[in-house]
Design a protein around this ligand. Structure first.
Ligand SMILES: [Zn+2]
Length: 131
């Protein structure tokens, strides 16, 4: 696997809510509660307070790109009434953000893993994870 394929694979592992370190442990124990460490390998998912803001950013950027893109495409193709467009895309935005929340946070943990900050507490950090 080349470097970019490895990164995409780890992001996919995170989006599937699995630990990017061992690819076995589950990150979430319930709908919105993320485990502090992996129950399989012990890797700590977040080292600093407020690190999850990156996941929120992924979530919001994905939601805005999809809803703005969807709005423009549906306007060009069907030109529905503007009130319908507004109600539909605002609702889409809220539902998408809710449903994608865990996956975006999981992807952010993968980003942190690729940057070298997701590892078990009792082992020294690697300078760079090996593909
Ligand atoms: Zn793990």
């Amino acid at each position: 696997m080349n470097q970019i394929g490895y990164w995409v694979w780890k992001l996919w592992i995170g989006a599937r809510l699995r630990c990017p370190n061992c690819e076995q442990g589950k990150m979430f124990s319930s709908l919105f509660r993320m485990e502090p460490v992996c129950d399989h390998c012990g890797a700590r998912y977040e080292r600093a307070q407020g690190e999850s803001i990156g996941g929120t950013l992924i979530n919001l950027v994905a939601a805005e790109m999809l809803s703005m893109g969807g709005f423009i495409v549906s306007q060009v193709l069907f030109s529905p009434p503007m009130i319908f467009q507004l109600v539909f895309w605002v609702a889409f935005n809220l539902i998408f953000i809710l449903l994608f929340y865990r996956h975006a946070r999981g992807m952010w943990v993968s980003v942190a893993y690729l940057a070298g900050s997701v590892y078990p507490d009792d082992t020294p950090p690697q300078a760079e994870p090996k593909p």
